[in-house]
Design a protein around this ligand. Sequence first.
Ligand SMILES: CSCCC(=O)C(=O)COP(=O)(O)O
Ligand SMILES: [Mg+2]
Length: 254
Amino acid sequence: MVNVDIYDINAILLDIEGTTTSISFVKDVLFPYIRQNLIRYVKDHWKNAELIKDIDSLRMQAVEDLKNGLNVVQIPDIDEEEDRLQEAIITNVFDQMDADRKTTALKQLQGHIWREAYHSGKIEGHVYEDVMPALKSWKTAGKHVYIYSSGSVEAQKLLFGATTYGNLLQFIDGHFDTNIGPKKESTSYTKIANECGYQAHQILFLTDIPEESQAAKNAGMKTTLVSREGNKSLCEEVVKEFGEVKSFDQISLL
Ligand SMILES: CSCCC(=O)C(=O)COP(=O)(O)O
Ligand SMILES: [Mg+2]
């Protein structure tokens, strides 16, 4: 275990699932909510402009998947028979979720479905107990804090806006999702650094996924892996390469 000294760091970029938030919250609370409510949501919001846009994105993703040789359910045109179209949407979404895909189209729709659950108080966002104290101390030290997750920006704001510790959005300076690019590609981190107005080396990226750490490091960011209970265990080699913290308490502000 290492303490990460962030005296020369101006900003901290945080992953969500497996880093600020337990994988179990995502897998056992958020995803089941989609499975239980997707059919009702689609029927209730049928012809709603936001849902039409989400369906268009799913359709475009399915076409691209087919081009890339993936055997996925295609989404018929909007003027197709209602039942057939809805069935295709539901199968496509469930298949993507079964494969734990992180497509922007899927994540966008999921965020819209979770909105009602957060707003009604049915779901509260999980964050580890060390997260809020760390956010507070980083902000007090004048650091900027950003989120980069496969979850859509809207889903991120819902989660941090209604956590079991209250609304944490006041501690977050900006949000990025896969609209900026995939999390395992270094160009995404270069773009994030540019958007934040920092050199990549001034940013510390914290994630549970070694490939994401590698991509950020390739872009010039400082990185440390986060190992939370319930995460996939990290092999010795990657811990040696990127370092590891089990809690944000271990990130010291010297
Ligand atoms: C904040 S949305 C819920 C989490 C989610 O759907 C997801 O894909 C999280 O991925 P991450 O990049 O934060 O590991
Ligand atoms: Mg993660």
